[in-house]
Design a protein around this ligand. Structure first.
Ligand code: SAM
Length: 271
């Protein structure tokens, strides 16, 4: 039916009327009223999205991605599912762990995880690390993770400001992991975090960040960060880009790193 709606300008009025009559005859008034409401609401929704995107680009409003909103949303979140609500299937998660996490994270060393949430990746990171520091803007995530992983004796979780790593010593981290977090952080805050990575990374340390690529233009509550901007801001600070990809192949299956054209970027502090 979408084709008919998209091509309505090419259909004559007479044909449109007989088509409308046929639709009513075959489906009844109530179905047709629901059908009309659906298409009207979809059209209004698409225009509203364009307007939101336009205002955001024109006026620089933060959308849903300010630090205050991220804190409020993620402190209100129900973490019982541990973040697995964002795992599309087991093969994808296994692929992310085996191809991305184990493929690029060094074995051992001190690991920084930004935005551990309910700890979807934290257990795997702790197993490989000598020590892990989880920094999350949400106090409830810190509580959940401290309870889940405190007994390992290797992990510590703290509430962060959402754009800096105050309290983390200079040149103390061997690796950084952050998944499904920077997709929600606007560029200005990402720039501040990147300054901090430069400060807290040891020479040769590796960062792996999952982030958006189209500045929020495809929805999905993504931030205004684009793929180009992410690569530029990392290079400007002297990081080497190791890899940057939207999809990967594991066990013969190609997976997307995330929805909405998300990207995983791997970068390194020069040795
Ligand atoms: C969608 S959840 C992802 C959680 C986990 N990384 C996962 O993949 O399941 C987003 C997480 O990022 C955290 N977060 C959002 N903005 C942040 C910021 N500016 N700094 C640190 N953490 C942030 C939230 O509190 C939440 O834990």
């Amino acid at each position: 039916m979408k084709d008919i709606v998209d091509n309505r300008r090419h259909i004559s009025l007479g044909k449109k009327l007989s088509l409308a009559w046929l639709i009513v005859k075959e489906n009844g008034i109530i179905w047709c009223a629901a059908f009309a409401t659906y298409y009207l609401a979809s059209a209004v929704g698409a225009r509203a999205f364009k307007l939101m995107d336009h205002i955001r680009r024109r006026d620089g409003v933060p959308g849903m991605n300010s630090r205050a909103l991220n804190k409020a949303i993620w402190e209100a979140w129900d973490w019982q599912a541990g973040g697995e609500e964002w795992t599309p299937n087991e093969a994808w998660k296994t692929g992310i762990i085996e191809h991305v996490l184990r493929g690029y994270m060094p074995q051992g060393g001190q690991v920084l995880e930004i935005g551990p949430g309910g700890g979807r990746w934290t257990g795997e990171l702790i197993q490989r690390a000598d020590g892990l520091l989880g920094v999350d803007i949400s106090a409830s995530c810190v509580e959940v993770c401290a309870e889940k992983f405190g007994s390992t004796g290797k992990a510590k979780f703290v509430v962060g400001s959402g754009n800096d790593l105050s309290g983390v010593p200079d040149r103390s981290m061997d690796a950084l992991w952050s998944f499904d977090v920077f997709v929600h952080i606007n560029q200005a805050e990402v720039e501040r975090y990147a300054d901090e990575f430069r400060r807290v990374f040891k020479p040769g340390a590796v960062g792996i960040i999952h982030h958006g690529s189209v500045g929020g233009g495809l929805g999905g509550w993504r931030s205004n960060l684009t793929h180009e901007a992410m690569l530029d801001l990392l290079k400007k600070r002297g990081f080497e880009i190791v890899a940057s990809f939207k999809e990967f192949t594991h066990a013969g299956v190609t997976h997307q790193t995330g929805l909405y054209e998300d990207v995983v970027t791997v970068f390194r502090q020069p040795a």
